[in-house]
Design a binder for this molecule. Structure first.
Ligand code: ADP
Ligand code: MG
Length: 244
């Protein structure tokens, strides 16, 4: 299934707070694109625009699938999930008092996915075998790394084609950050996903990204393939020094 996301010139915000200014971004089938920026620069807002959770004031978010074009700014989040787009939210947003399996079942939101709960549950457990033995454990009692795995597994419960991952590294130790990022790459390859990942950890994100965009104060200030970003002066000054 050919899929392409084209974000064109979007402006968005929250009342008087303007978070995105003329942001454009593209992701082609099978690619991993990193949206790089430190706190408060608009990464989550852009992800939410793709999920229909924030409506841009102007601009378009087009998802091309098999020759059909869907304008996500005109669709509900539920319909967007139904198309095959899923997000692992920042901070994981699990239900700590529910078990691992109950959290997974809540991910079977997509209409088509509801009929395939058993298959998708098996799929999520196959992707994350460590969750099988913990299926009856309360999500809140697991370590941060395990919770991040559960949050990703839950996003897989809607059998997405396009997976958005918002700051998977937050709150994890360096070793777990590395494991989590590697896992995202493995899942992408195994299940033929297309991935948009927001990160502040430049070095970890570019390990698996094909292409990156740097967002500062709601504007894309630089973009390019990973090699060109590593050699970009602004990146060297602002990111490579601080987020190794
Ligand atoms: N719900 C909200 N209400 C008002 N302002 C918000 C809200 N969410 C984010 N913002 C503001 O929008 C800007 C971008 O935030 P965000 O997209 O969360 O950035 P990032 O994900 O890069 O940290 C920030 O100035 C932030 O304070
Ligand atoms: Mg954020």
């Amino acid at each position: 299934m050919a899929i392409k996301l084209v974000i064109k010139d979007i402006n968005a915000g929250y009342g008087a707070v303007r978070a995105l200014h003329g942001v454009s971004l593209e992701i082609n089938q099978g690619k991993t694109v990193a949206l790089l920026g430190t706190n408060g620069n608009g990464k989550s807002t852009l992800m939410k625009c793709v999920m229909g959770m924030v409506k841009p004031d102007s601009g378009s978010v087009l998802l091309e699938m098999d020759g059909e074009v869907h304008d996500l700014t005109q669709m509900s989040t539920e319909s967007i999930v139904n198309l095959g787009v899923s997000m692992v939210p920042e901070g994981r947003r699990l239900f700590p008092k529910l078990t691992v399996e109950e959290n997974l079942l809540l991910g079977a939101y997509r209409q088509q996915a509801r009929g395939q709960i058993a298959t998708n549950l098996e799929f999520s457990y196959e992707a994350f075998p460590l969750l099988v033995e913990r299926r009856r454990q309360l999500a809140g009692s697991m370590s941060g790394g395990q919770q991040q795995m559960l949050a990703i597994a839950r996003a897989l419960m809607s059998s997405p084609k396009l997976l958005l991952v918002d700051e998977p590294s937050v709150g994890l130790s360096p070793l777990l950050v590395s494991h989590t990022i590697t896992k995202i790459k493995e899942l992408k390859e195994k299940y033929d996903l297309t991935v948009l990942m927001a990160e502040q950890n430049f070095n970890q994100a570019i390990r698996i990204a094909d292409y990156g965009y740097i967002i500062v104060h709601g504007e894309i200030v630089s973009q390019g393939d990973v090699e060109s970003l590593k050699n970009n002066d602004m990146v060297k000054n602002f990111y490579l020094g601080v987020s190794a």
